[in-house]
Design a protein around this ligand. Structure first.
Ligand SMILES: *Cc1c(COP(=O)(O)O)cnc(C)c1O
Length: 453
């Protein structure tokens, strides 16, 4: 399998090089040349299914036997034997629980495997990388956990001091591995992101550290997420609809890829909180940028959904030049308008969308608790609320449950009066010693510190 950039101006790469590259040098995102088809008989255990789904994308760089070993290692860190169990919520409506990984959010599904892939690819090449990233909470802890045992990777995560939750901070700062470093920046998440961008643009610094990124545009993350959509359709055994709480469009894009590969999925329902650029787009064909407001589901508080570019490339019949022009117009005007035929071919048959504000999020957490006794997190609640808007009798609905309720205990307690407990394996999180470095929002100070590591 070869990989091409969505902007048409970067060399084709193999799987391994695509995983290490992250972003293409023309600023585009890598996509595979074609969509392999699923075989008719799929294995039942999760690591084997992951191998069956991912192997055609990883060939010829990584063979199936190796991939199975990496998948087993990645998913042995999950606390549920089914890895991503499917549970019944109400008549015809299931939750797929994606939060049984080490940091309690769905990002573990991709980042546990990404850590294994990085270590395998780098040791074969006899190389090391230093991952530098910024986080507003969930990604940083999942990335740290994914690479904490890697011998060829070290990781530096910048987070805004005092602006991530205590659980999120401790999940990063209590990891006792010599290759893990965190920096508490005196600033906002955007300041952290700007520092990271500046370090990637500083070529001598970038080369000195062999910098690498694991953000949500990395192809390995997208392909790892395809597996649980295949699993959901396979396990239910008939055509399903799926609702996905959405931010950067990475998770729902993985669902679209599963459908391209032949998974029996009818509609993909995009669920937004009040930062609803995608829902407005699906309603009007016009993607229009506005500001971001903080909500109870912070991991979905985004302005622009970066992974949408991969779908746009398909809608332009895989013409990277046209895609690049459209995106540059979008950056300068704040609008991206689809042609009617692009909309009717690519969007209307598959995508549905809906929004759910904070009040509705709290009401949904409460109603689920009253009717089932279950506690759901605010991101999952956005999904459940929108899924109920689009459910149709006769077609099972699966909502992707993206975080454990104990990761967002304040919202859950506000809605239900019950404070969700951390699972057993994290019981000591609140007492373990923390290790972090507080630094000012200043590029040269941060770079000198990273040089000193
Ligand atoms: C990251 C995240 C999302 C959004 O996922 P995208 O792939 O960015 O659409 C939703 N819920 C939770 C809990 C997350 O951590």
């Amino acid at each position: 399998m070869r990989y091409v950039s969505t902007r048409g101006g970067a060399p084709e790469l193999s799987f391994s090089d695509t995983v290490l590259a992250g972003l293409a040098i023309d600023g585009g995102l890598y996509v595979p040349q074609s969509w392999p088809q699923l075989s008719a008989d799929l294995p039942n255990d999760y690591a084997s299914l992951a191998t069956a789904v991912i192997a055609p994308y990883a060939a010829p760089d990584i063979n199936s036997t190796t991939l199975l070993g990496l998948s087993r290692a990645a998913y042995s860190s999950f606390r549920h034997e089914e890895v991503v169990p499917l549970v019944s919520l109400e008549d015809g409506h299931h939750l797929m629980e994606l939060f049984h990984g080490p940091t309690l959010a769905f990002k573990d599904v991709a980042l546990q495997l990404l850590g294994q892939l990085f270590d395998h690819i780098l040791s074969a090449k006899n190389e090391r990388v230093r991952i530098v990233g910024a986080t507003s909470g969930d990604t940083g802890s999942a990335a740290i956990d994914g690479v904490k045992h890697c011998s060829n990777v070290d990781i530096v995560i910048l987070y805004p001091n005092g602006r991530v939750s205590e659980v999120q901070r401790r999940q990063m700062t209590t990891v006792d591995s010599p290759n893990v470093h965190t920096i508490a920046v005196d600033g906002t998440f955007d300041d952290c992101q700007d520092l990271v961008k500046a370090m990637f643009n500083d070529m001598p610094f970038r080369e000195r550290h062999n910098l690498s990124a694991v953000n949500s545009i990395n192809w390995a993350r997208i392909v790892a997420q395809v597996v649980y959509y295949v699993e959901a359709a396979h396990r239910i055994g008939r055509t399903i609809d799926v609702t996905v709480p959405t931010g950067n469009f990475g998770n729902v894009l993985s669902g679209w890829i599963a459908k391209q590969m032949g998974a029996d999925i009818r509609h993909l329902v995009v669920a937004s909180n009040s930062n609803d650029i995608l829902t407005r787009f699906f309603e009007s064909r016009d993607m229009a940028v506005t500001g971001v407001e903080p909500t109870l589901s912070p991991s979905m508080d985004i302005q622009v959904s970066s992974n949408f570019e991969r779908l746009l490339f398909e809608m332009n019949d895989r013409d990277g030049g046209v895609t690049a022009q459209q995106l540059s117009r979008f950056r300068s005007t704040g609008h991206l308008v689809l042609e009617p035929d692009q909309f009717s071919t690519w969007i209307a048959p598959t995508f549905r969308a809906g929004r759910c504000d904070d009040d509705q999020t709290l009401r949904t957490i409460r109603s689920v608790h009253e009717s089932t006794g279950m506690l759901i997190d605010p991101h999952t609640a956005v999904g459940v609320s929108v899924a109920r808007q689009w459910s149709e009798t006769g077609v099972p609905m699966v909502t992707m449950a993206t975080a454990h309720p104990a990761k967002f205990p304040d919202a859950v307690e506000r809605a239900t009066g019950v404070r969700p407990k951390l699972p057993e394996h994290l019981a000591d999180l609140m007492t373990l010693p923390e290790r972090t470095k507080a630094l000012p929002n200043d590029l040269s100070t941060v770079q000198s510190y990273i040089d000193s590591l």
